[in-house]
Write a protein that binds this ligand. Structure first.
Ligand code: FES
Length: 144
């Protein structure tokens, strides 16, 4: 059986700071065992969990969603390749929505966004008399 890792070894191997690992642990995303001297020791599969957390965070998946996904695994096991496929499919729709929203933001920021400012020359054409205010607050062309 592989030797358990210290928090420093997990940090070095995963590229995540020790404080981030402690944070993940307080959120229930990873778990450790304690030695007789009350030091943390991690099973090696924590590296897979941390890698998945990092990737999911990079694409904007909230920590609460990652924790919920991990909690959905049988007996809290570390995701296998099959589990990872299932989890990533669950997140795909959410990612597609985020991508579409970001593309909309990217493409619309230089145009009238319907925020009510009426300060660019296209506002009288695209948001005459701030009519978009009737739809609600905020930049109406971006929040649709
Ligand atoms: S950019 Fe604000 S109303 Fe057009």
């Amino acid at each position: 059986m592989a030797r358990e890792l210290t928090v420093g070894e997990v940090a070095a191997r995963s590229g995540v700071t020790v404080s981030a690992l402690h944070f993940y642990e307080t959120r229930g995303l990873i778990a450790s065992n304690r030695t007789a001297g009350n030091q943390r020791r991690y099973a090696r599969d924590v590296l897979r969990r941390v890698a998945i957390i990092k990737v999911a965070q990079e694409v904007g998946i909230p920590l609460a969603d990652i924790a919920a996904a991990f909690a959905s695994l049988p007996e809290g096991r570390t995701p296998t390749r099959g589990d990872w496929g299932r989890l990533s499919r669950q997140w795909r729709d959410d990612l597609d929505r985020r991508i579409a929203r970001l593309q909309g933001l990217r493409d619309g920021l230089t145009d009238c966004i319907g925020c009510g400012c009426m300060s660019i020359d296209r506002c009288p054409l695209r948001n005459p008399h701030d009519r978009l205010a009737a739809e609600g607050p905020g930049a109406r062309r971006l929040v649709r």
